[in-house]
Design a protein around this ligand. Structure first.
Ligand SMILES: Cc1cc2nc3c(=O)[nH]c(=O)nc-3n(C[C@H](O)[C@H](O)[C@H](O)COP(=O)(O)OP(=O)(O)OC[C@H]3O[C@@H](n4cnc5c(N)ncnc54)[C@H](O)[C@@H]3O)c2cc1C
Length: 607
């Protein structure tokens, strides 16, 4: 549908509603060809975040290529739209000394050297261009006096490098992308949850998804699939900044067909989640000068990062916050223990212009006005460095021909053991673009080699599974299993880890898996059955959670966000390598792959 038709139909729908003030998503959530079973996509993208939409735009540039984006929610809802602080690229608008090489060095050091330096160099070169591309598409970035977009300095960065739209940068990025997608007539298959990628003996047939509105199981044949489904932060349900959709569905679907889960143990905890619920207070708070204080009012980062202070990398700052709490220099208890983030010395006009969402969040969830009082904060699960094993960063290809991965669900090995603030938005756009171009080029030269009968069989199997699981009237509830999973993940596979805790977590997860296998879904209707959706997501989180623990147990060292109290040192001799977890029977097997080291040889990190 063209943008004009979209607006026209939307306006008509709006007008039909009393007072005309309500704008509804028009018509069906699914293109007719998908519903009738006649669709065959050249490029089918799963996920409508920054990676998915940027991939769609690039793929649609190839003439004669049919592109669709599937999402389990409305197209503009995702982690991308929640991004706050900014998007990195060495555009040199604000700091002329910056360069893609310095950006690369900061990224490699931030990653604690567990990244592939060729992929990082490609990313930093392209991300600078990406900021100008967004600018030319009309994004509402904050501006300097000379009219060029302004850049702010985020944690672990040598220079001011993040372009931003106040503290709602992701919202601006995603809506700019969506406008472009509508202009290009890209099909959206929304409110449809991917259940399975059907690929047997290395041959891709397409995907099976459930239409959330009707409960119908759909098969969508495709020549190529780009997985762009976001991260798995919801494994730490009790304290995470992530949206409900970050349940690692695409990673689990890839694991099922033999594509490894790379570096699963590398989970980022952001230092400044609100004490009561883990909702994020953006890193741009510290970029604009907010101080971290303990219960005595001391700026404790002087102890841990005397030079960078609050603008150290996230792994270091988050572990410092936790150490203050463990040493009794925090406030509160249990999950809600905290230290403070203090804004009182920052001019109110700056807060109003650049941190208005941060102020709102602190007001709504903590009842604190940051003009007058510091906000209580603590680490919160924020980002998945691990993900689908991408074997070629120049195409985003996986080991199965025709299947690509981009964005937070992928592990292209740019972020290693710790991602820098504002590096994700640019990474998702750079590699979304790369994957879109590669998938379209592949599809253009290829016929459909899949098997529609296999897709039909998969749909029948999912219908049987729906009936069998939703009719159970006994067993544990999904919510109970989910909360127990999140508690054991937080307590035993969280900011600090050790052998005993990880083994405890593995035992807990096995028990929870047994409960899950016979649990109650709680709703057997087909219409808008979010209970079934949650059930599927929980199954994925349990698998990926076990992957995190498995990888964490095997990595007997501390590196970046993986901090083991029983192995406090980094061990380059044995662990300067990627963990690859693959399915083996009902369990996993672990393999390793060396890290690609370029010009930056591993040295001790100091900030
Ligand atoms: C609160 C917050 C603030 C952040 N701030 C910043 C920042 O300032 N700068 C920065 O660089 N990064 C930031 N990040 C990180 C960044 O936003 C994300 O890493 C990035 O946007 C991920 O983009 P993505 O396209 O890979 O995935 P997402 O944006 O998460 O999109 C995933 C898509 O996949 C869909 N999906 C998932 N599962 C399925 C399924 N089974 N079937 C169909 N569709 C599915 C979802 O509906 C969604 O459309 C922030 C993250 C959060 C949560």
């Amino acid at each position: 549908m063209s943008r004009r038709t979209f607006l026209k139909v939307g306006a008509a729908a709006g007008a039909a509603v009393v007072a005309g003030a309500y704008f509804a998503w028009p018509g069906s959530n699914i293109p007719e060809a998908v519903r009738s079973g006649s669709a065959l996509y050249d490029v089918l993208i799963i996920g409508s975040g920054g990676a998915g939409m940027r991939a769609a735009l690039e793929a649609s540039k190839q003439k004669g290529i049919k592109v669709a984006v599937m999402t389990k929610m409305a197209p503009t809802r995702s982690a991308t739209t929640m991004a706050q602080g900014g998007i990195n690229g060495a555009a040199r608008n604000t700091d002329t000394k910056d360069s893609p090489e310095i950006h690369a060095f900061d990224t490699v050091k931030g990653a604690d050297y567990l990244c592939d330096q060729d992929a990082v160099a490609y990313y930093t070169e392209e991300s600078a261009k990406m900021l100008f591309e967004l600018d030319y598409s009309g994004i509402a970035f904050n501006r300097q006096e000379d009219g060029r977009f302004h850049q702010r300095k985020m944690g672990g960065s040598s220079y001011a490098r993040a372009a931003y739209s106040a503290d709602i940068s992701g919202h601006a990025v995603l809506h700019t992308m969506f406008e472009q997608c509508l202009k290009e007539n890209i099909d959206f298959i929304s409110e449809c949850q991917l259940l399975e990628i059907v690929a047997m003996n290395g041959k891709l047939s397409g995907v099976v998804a459930v239409d959330m509105r009707s409960g119908e199981m759909l098969s969508v044949p495709a020549k190529t699939v780009i997985v762009a489904t976001g991260g798995y932060g919801r494994a730490y349900w009790v304290r995470t900044s992530n949206p409900y959709s970050s349940t690692g569905d695409g990673i689990a679907a890839c694991l099922n067909i033999g594509i490894p889960f790379k570096d699963p143990e590398m989970v980022q905890f952001h230092p400044t989640g609100l004490a009561s619920n883990g909702v994020l207070l953006s890193e741009s708070s510290r970029s604009e000068g907010a101080h971290l204080l303990n219960s005595s009012g001391e700026r404790f980062m002087a102890r841990y990062a005397p030079k960078a202070m609050e603008l150290g990398p996230r792994d270091l700052v988050c572990q410092s916050v936790e150490k203050e709490i463990l040493a009794g220099r925090g406030i509160g208890e249990g999950l809600k223990a905290a230290v403070y983030l203090d804004f009182r010395h920052i001019p109110k006009a700056i807060i109003q212009e650049r941190l208005f969402q941060v102020r709102q969040l602190a007001l709504q969830f903590e009842g604190v006005d940051i003009f007058d009082a510091p906000a209580p904060i603590r680490g919160t699960c924020h980002y998945s460095m691990g993900g689908i094993d991408v074997v070629d960063y120049k195409t985003c290809a996986t080991k199965i021909a025709g299947i690509y991965a981009a964005g937070e669900c992928s592990c292209i090995s740019v972020h290693g053991a710790n991602r820098l603030g504002a590096n994700s938005l640019s990474e998702v756009l750079v590699f979304g673009k790369t994957a879109g171009a590669a998938a379209a080029a592949y599809a253009k030269g290829a016929g459909y080699e899949g098997d529609k009968e296999k897709l039909k069989a998969a749909v029948a199997a999912w219908n049987r599974k729906f009936d069998e699981t939703t009719k159970r009237s006994q067993g544990a509830s999904v919510a109970m299993i989910r909360d127990k999973m999140a508690m054991t993940m937080w307590n035993n596979a969280g900011i600090f880890r050790n052998e005993k805790g990880l083994r405890q977590a593995m035992g807990d997860m096995q028990e929870l898996q047994a409960m899950y296998n016979t649990c109650q879904v709680g709703d057997s209707s087909r219409t808008c059955n979010t209970a079934f959706m949650n059930y599927i997501e929980l199954g994925n989180l349990l698998r990926l959670g076990k992957g995190i623990i498995y990888g964490g147990l095997a990595r007997k060292e501390s590196r970046g966000s993986h901090s083991r109290t029983d192995f406090p040192q980094r061990d380059d001799k044995n662990f300067l390598q990627h963990t690859l977890i693959s399915k083996e029977g009902d369990g996993f097997k672990t393999e390793y792959r060396p890290v690609m080291i370029g010009q930056y040889k591993p040295v001790e990190r100091k900030y």
